[in-house]
Design a binder for this molecule. Structure first.
Ligand SMILES: Nc1nc2c(ncn2[C@@H]2O[C@H](COP(=O)(O)OP(=O)(O)OP(=O)(O)O)[C@@H](O)[C@H]2O)c(=O)[nH]1
Ligand SMILES: [Mg+2]
Length: 706
């Protein structure tokens, strides 16, 4: 395999909504370059990119896949990402290492929902971008509608580079506004014939050409002057202006494609070669300590690990970008997070599941290695003498949760281990054992995301599991004050047990006054790990209980705080005043006071008008205008409080506060309500009292459980 100089390597990421044609385009780009004899299709389940069984089962990409093509003197590394926003982690990590994003837009629909998440990452990582309007051969294709939708959503920086001729089923030519040429394709696609622009199109082409020239000139003073002098720019001058504009992210060229018929990909690859920036031309990488790491093959070796994947038979594959220096076979680099040395026994270029072994990879390139045990996604590997940690990717928080149970109880431990491993591959996933819920909870981005985890557990880890409805982490508190006393007394042979505790409990709130009618001799404020507070007062007078027993009473109280008397949930926001009691010179001990404290607390709690609290989440739902009504009425059935609405282009953003208990499988419900055209995110807001009926139901359910 030819070794490419860093200036001749371009890394692109294909982004875009589900079924816009990313995988088909990737395949076409490799085929068109002559690196593939037969072009695979998504339908035939034989593309380079969608090589996982689950991708064949679903007909969607699920993983981001790296592959490469070679066009003229350049190597173009392509990362084909899944369009489903369940796999946003794959999108973010791919974007992090590519220089240019190619955003595919389906010519039938224009900009679809979900792009704003991707867009935020593009902005965060400051990446140049190209739009590619694909499927212009589709009978329902509407190219200029799609152009308008891009402009509406992303502003005037988007500028038309090309447009289709005979759009729809008859599509066979592209008018290119940079070259002012018509590319006419043979019926089977591939290499076009270059022809003059037909008379009928001249006027429109000239007008769009001028817009493009102006846009290219805008980015550079010298070009601006040239443009004023000559009234135009030549091709090279335009390329220069386009490149500066793209690097400043003030210009997004729009291309036109039929990936399926192999029409237009060659021209776009030519543009990627000649105009889109290479890693050398990009802003240097930022290190956590603020240093800048320039892409320089002669610099110290610095690699960023953007992805790891466990494959059956192969084991773990570690994907990285060489950000500086070179990596060669047999080299040792240090992991900045662990301080451990990692050896590169073999180096590969990955094209889907195919590996090509190489001896060396240089700055600006993307590669992979095997058997790297202790390195995870988002970590930096560096030369020993050049310690550095590159800015990691901030992955989005999980949006949904489910309980996961092994079909066989004996697999519990194995399941925990497998999930730990899957989490190291996928930072958008979280698994935690929730002791209060007595469930293993899996957090992810959507039901499909979790379905993929299940699939991996079954196929790769040989573990049969089931998903179950996760319990809700309720809390308990009280609404009024109550007193209770408890005497613990036991006479069983030898020494007995004796303790008597009188206490009062009250609802606690920030800034409340100290108890007025009691003598406060000590106070301990405990920030509860599950949220809220417990304030514990020693109000004992006359030494009726020794100071040394107070910690035992608190222990007893804490025990009950961890298992609330109504539903067994955690208790929060109460204060407890121990104000009286009795002890016995011989029989009193720690355990007796703990028991008495716990029981007194429990009795008082029951009389203090207990209240169950539930977690509320702030939801933000992006939905096409015409579907807003359906989504709103569904929200109302979920005990939501609508906070407001705001329009964004053709979309509405609905903000609502909804109890977690009403959100089980919401992503699926939303998908089916909107045919997948809406997206949502949510963040925890607060705990709030459940309505009376819900409290009755929960208390009754607990009573039958017990
Ligand atoms: N008519 C037409 N169909 C296309 C074109 N490109 C892709 N398709 C079809 O669109 C469907 C989806 O194509 P994919 O390449 O899987 O799309 P994708 O963007 O990778 O989809 P996800 O991986 O699910 O996000 C397939 O049936 C393709 O054959 C095109 O240019 N024209
Ligand atoms: Mg795909």
């Amino acid at each position: 395999m030819k070794v490419y100089d860093d200036k001749y390597i371009k890394n692109i990421v294909l982004l875009g909504s589900v079924k816009s044609g990313k995988t088909t385009l990737a395949e076409t780009m490799v085929f068109e370059a002559g690196l593939l004899k037969r072009r695979g299709t998504v339908e035939d389940k034989n593309t380079i990119s969608d090589y996982h069984e689950i991708e064949h089962e679903r007909g969607n990409s699920v993983y981001a896949t790296t592959l490469h093509t070679e066009w003229r003197d350049y190597k173009i590394n392509i990362i084909d990402t899944p369009g489903l926003d369940d796999f946003v982690g794959e999108i973010a990590s791919s974007l992090r290492v590519a220089e240019t994003a190619v955003m595919l837009i389906n010519a039938q629909y224009g900009v679809e929902v979900g792009t704003e998440v991707t867009w935020n990452y593009l902005e965060q990582f400051a990446k140049p971008r190209i739009f590619a309007i694909n499927q212009v051969d589709h009978p329902k294709s509407d190219y200029f509608m799609a152009v308008e939708s891009i402009r509406e959503q992303f502003g005037p920086a988007a500028v038309v580079m090309q447009y289709p001729l005979n759009e729809g089923e008859e599509f066979n030519a592209i008018i290119d506004l940079l070259k002012m040429t018509m590319y006419k394709f043979p019926a089977e696609g591939g290499k076009p014939e270059k022809l003059p622009i037909p008379e009928s199109e001249k006027e429109r082409a000239a007008e769009l050409h001028n817009q493009l020239v102006e846009k290219a000139a805008e980015n550079d003073e010298e070009l601006m002057e040239l443009y004023f002098d000559k009234g135009s720019l030549d091709e090279d001058e335009m390329r220069k202006g386009l490149k500066i504009g793209m690097l400043n992210r003030d210009l997004y060229p729009i291309f036109c494609l039929s990936a399926k018929r192999n029409m237009g990909s060659g021209r776009m690859m030519g543009f990627i070669d000649n105009v889109t920036p290479s890693a050398v031309e990009m802003r240097p990488e930022k290190a956590v300590d603020g240093r800048e790491i320039a892409c320089d093959a002669a610099g110290p070796a610095v690699l960023f690990v953007f992805k790891t994947l466990m494959e059956p038979f192969l084991g773990k594959i570690t994907f990285f970008k060489v950000c500086s220096g070179q990596v060669s076979e047999g080299m040792d680099l240090v992991n900045s997070a662990t301080g451990d040395s990692e050896r590169f026994n073999q180096l590969f270029i990955m094209d889907g599941k195919n590996r090509t072994q190489v001896s060396k990879l240089s700055a600006g390139d993307i590669g992979a290695t095997l058997k790297m045990k202790n390195t995870r996604t988002n970590q930096t590997l560096h030369a020993k003498e050049f310690p550095v940690e590159l800015a990691p990717i901030e992955f989005p928080e999980p949006r949904i949760r489910s309980a996961v149970v092994p079909k066989e109880k004996k697999d519990e431990e194995k399941l925990g281990e497998a999930l730990r491993e899957i989490q190291t591959e996928d930072p958008t996933l979280r698994a935690e054992l929730a002791p209060e819920l007595k469930q293993l909870i899996l957090w992810g981005q959507g039901e499909l995301h979790l379905a993929l985890v299940k699939w991996r557990l079954e196929k790769i880890h040989n573990l049969a599991v089931e998903f179950a409805e996760p319990r809700i982490p309720y809390r308990e508190t009280i609404r009024k004050a109550a007193n209770a006393m408890y005497r613990h007394k036991k006479q069983s042979g030898g020494s007995g047990q004796f303790a008597e505790v009188h206490l009062r409990i009250e609802p606690w709130e920030e800034g409340m006054a100290e108890p007025a009618d009691l003598t406060v001799r000590g106070r301990e404020t405990i920030d509860l790990p599950w949220g809220g507070k417990l304030v514990f007062y020693n109000c004992i007078v006359g030494g009726v209980i020794d100071n040394r027993f107070l910690p035992s009473i608190l222990k007893g109280v804490m025990e009950k705080m961890q298992e609330g008397p109504i539903t067994g949930s955690y208790v929060r926001d109460v204060r407890v005043m121990v104000y009286d009691g009795k002890m016995h010179a011989v029989d009193s001990n720690d355990i007796s006071f703990k028991i008495a404290g716990a029981q007194a607390f429990k009795d008082a709690f029951r009389n203090a008008d207990p209240q169950i609290l539930e977690p509320l989440y702030e939801m933000e739902i992006l939905v096409p205008e015409e579907l807003m009504g359906d989504v709103m009425s569904d929200l109302q059935t979920r005990r939501s409080m609508i906070q407001g609405m705001e329009s964004q282009g053709k979309y509405q953003i609905i903000r609502a506060i909804t109890p977690l208990a009403e959100q089980y499988k919401y992503t699926t419900a939303l998908k089916s309500m909107t045919q997948g055209r809406a997206s949502f995110k949510r963040t925890f807001k607060e705990y709030a009292p459940v309505p009376y009926e819900v409290q009755q139901q929960l208390a009754a359910a607990q009573a039958t459980d017990a």
